[in-house]
Design a protein around this ligand. Structure first.
Ligand code: NDP
Length: 448
């Protein structure tokens, strides 16, 4: 140890980096973490956390409208973006402080500078210092990918969207994935005119086809516009700030904001990884083995920078597994099977395990059970929005291979169901469980 300044030097204080730092320090390692922006990373500062709070804020539009059917005399309500934005920002500040305190309490040194690797055991800090470490952990995350075409610089990304000075009246969102569908819902509920422009003909590729089709159908019936197989040609910014967005073969769209939600790429550029012989793949992601070790023995990487599954809880698990393995003498590997995921759209969708098409590809035939229903609350509210739950079951063993759902509170319900899928339970086990009535979740045990 005496040979190095630190046992562990972590670059990036996001979900993966913070977990790895504090757990390694708790095991007795001398740890420093460098962060050039804000402690907490994408999830806390400009991702999951502020997004979920906006989703809550947006949903009041429907709740307030529905409340009238439940007897509440709701006066005409107006939405004030600045109030929500500032409250969300304040909450983000609070969580950032808590993260900082957690690191401090665990005796992790937080260095608020940019760090670059200069060799297998050395790191240069933007302040001019060079430090050495027995192990280096890269946890720099990912950054929004923006396609380049004339005028694309007039668009913004999820990095900027949380701090908008004012709510745009007309929003164009590029992409058809997580961020596009979540923000389409958010802005639509706030009363903006939303157009989603997607290069292909499918939203949320990777999700079960029936579930994502239901989201598309509900989104369209709410008034969100979708343009499919549509590619951008140019964006022109007028003097009054209005954008004129031109796409191939379609009418131009006038908008006040263009949001790029076209994927995120691992943040490896300019990190000096080549100085340590760390190999990155064609997508810029750091190549790691099952123990998060890169092609350099002393350098590890966790989270989005490795582009395995770009989800916060996965990065946290990887950070924990790294610390347990390298400093805790408890070798641990992350199991990437049956990782649940959700899209916080309006309504939200969630899934775990194999989709129907993935299961058919692997097994030939599968048993599929569905429940297509209107939530009780929606019936009384006169809201014509149907939920859809789907269970994919092994044809011989009866094991539940996947559960996919769209409907109110789908992520909350799916988290519990994911335990059953992860545990390898059978459809019979669901059938044997008495329904909890009246609930939406009871549909999971009533599928016949
Ligand atoms: P996604 O990968 O979900 O979706 C990207 C979308 O952009 C796809 O529709 C893709 O089309 C399209 N696209 C990609 N490149 C281009 C291009 N050059 N021009 C036009 N369209 C393009 O990415 P997001 O940006 O929405 O989110 C990034 C990641 O962050 C997600 O993959 C997810 O892992 C994570 N995330 C998770 C959330 C959650 O858990 N709820 C919420 C937000 C983000 P195509 O399908 O044709 O490739």
């Amino acid at each position: 140890m005496a040979d190095f300044d630190y046992d562990l030097f972590v670059i990036g204080a996001g979900s993966g980096g913070v977990r790895a730092s504090r757990v390694s320090a708790a095991y007795g390692a001398k740890v420093a973490v460098a962060e050039e922006y804000r402690v907490g990373g994408t999830c806390v500062i400009r991702g999951c956390v502020p997004k979920k709070l906006l989703v809550y804020g947006a949903h009041f539009a429907e709740d307030l409208a529905d409340a009238r059917r439940f007897g509440w005399q709701v006066p005409e309500c107006a939405f004030d973006w600045a109030t929500l934005r500032d409250h969300v920002m304040a909450e983000v500040d609070r969580i950032e402080t808590v993260y900082g305190q957690t690191l401090e309490n665990n005796k992790v040194e937080v260095i608020r500078e940019r760090a670059t690797v200069t060799g297998p055991h050395s790191v240069a800090l933007s302040g001019g210092r060079t430090v050495t470490a027995k192990h280096i952990l890269i946890a720099t995350g990912a950054t929004p990918m923006v396609p380049t075409f004339p005028g694309s610089e007039h668009g913004i990304t999820s990095n900027e969207v949380f701090g908008l000075p004012a709510l745009p009246k007309r929003v164009v969102i590029a992409g058809g994935g997580y961020i596009a569908n979540e923000f389409a819902g958010i802005f639509h509920e706030f009363g903006c005119r939303v157009t989603v422009v997607n290069r292909g003909d499918t939203i949320l590729r990777g999700y079960d086809a029936q579930i994502r089709d239901r989201l598309l159908q509900i989104s369209m019936s709410k008034g969100i516009d979708f343009r499919f197989n549509c590619t951008f040609e140019s964006v022109e910014k007028r003097d009054d700030g209005t954008l004129v967005i031109r796409t191939a073969g379609d009418d131009p769209i006038e908008a006040d904001m263009l949001l790029f939600a076209t994927g995120r790429k691992p943040l490896t550029e300019g990190l000096g990884l080549e100085t340590a012989g760390v190999v990155i793949d064609g997508n810029g992601a750091i190549k790691v083995d099952a123990d998060n070790r890169t092609t350099c023995d002393s350098v590890y990487a966790v989270g989005d920078v490795t582009n395995r599954i770009q989800l916060t809880p996965v990065a946290i698990r990887e950070g924990q597994a790294f610390a347990d393995t390298v400093f805790g003498n408890k070798p641990r590997r992350v199991d990437y099977n049956n990782v649940p995921a959700a899209v916080f759209s309006h309504p939200p969708m969630a899934g775990v395990g194999l989709t129907e098409s993935q299961a058919r590809e692997r097994l030939g035939s599968v048993k599929v059970f569905t429940s297509d229903f209107r939530a009780m609350k929606n019936v009384l509210a006169g809201r014509n929005e149907r939920a859809l739950y789907k269970m994919v079951v092994h044809p011989e063993t009866d094991v539940v291979l996947g559960i996919h759902m769209i409907g109110p509170e789908a992520p909350e319900i799916l988290q519990a169901a994911a335990v059953a899928v992860k545990a390898g339970l059978t459809k019979q086990a669901f059938d044997d469980t008495v329904a909890l009535h009246p609930s939406m979740a009871e549909e999971l045990v009533l599928m016949r």
